[in-house]
Design a protein around this ligand. Structure first.
Ligand code: GRF
Length: 191
């Protein structure tokens, strides 16, 4: 299968997935990294990994539908089967949801349905939660609401955002790979 990764930021999850493809742990190809942020650090990462990066700036379009149409044309050119969101900071609209039903996946730094939306780690710290975690889930029209694929707990380091985030990232890099292995294996056994 051919995977497009969408990212808006640093791209450490993108790199973890690309590394799993390189080592053969994930039986897939990543023909394209797509970003909505023309200056995102993830672009440098893609260059280093030898993966073509496409920056599509939503501000250049009249609305989300026009923006996603342009992305969709690119995905069709590349014969993309799966969209993998890795720190992509936008809601997916009907254009992409209808083109890729049950084929868009996201990773979120909490045990959903707890702490959806922005700054899930800050939400967990402020709530005084002892435990938070990571969720990989299918994307639907809501914000961090689709069916869960895999979840793993991560202890909160009380009052310490940096250490809590580091622990979450470490789990994310393993959990995303495992979730994708599971999805691709299930797809292979489907007739
Ligand atoms: C991760 O914490 C992910 O769960 C969230 O955005 C962050 C992206 O981090 N959706 P990175 O850009 O992959 O380092």
């Amino acid at each position: 299968p051919r995977i497009a990764v969408f990212a808006s930021g640093s791209g450490s999850n993108f790199e973890a997935i690309a590394e799993a493809v390189r080592t053969g742990e994930l039986d897939a190809e990543i023909p394209i990294l797509l970003t909505d942020k023309p200056l995102a650090a993830v672009i440098t990462r893609a260059e280093r990994l030898g993966i073509p990066a496409a920056a599509v700036n939503p501000k250049a379009f009249p609305d989300k539908a026009a923006y996603e149409q342009t992305i969709l044309a690119r995905l069709r050119d590349e014969e993309i089967d799966w969209i993998i969101l890795a720190g992509y900071m936008r809601l997916i609209g009907p254009t992409l949801l209808e083109a890729y039903p049950n084929r868009i996946v996201n990773i979120h730094p909490s045990l959903l349905p707890a702490f959806p939306g922005k700054d899930a780690v800050g939400q967990a710290l402020n709530a005084g939660a002892e435990t938070t975690g990571v969720t990989v889930h299918f994307v639907d029209e809501g914000m961090d609401t689709g069916p869960v694929i895999l979840q793993r707990e991560v202890p909160v380091v009380p009052g310490n955002r940096e250490l809590t985030e580091a622990a979450i990232h470490e789990v994310e890099h393993v959990l995303y790979k495992e979730a994708l292995q599971k999805l691709l294996a299930e797809e292979q056994t489907r007739v």
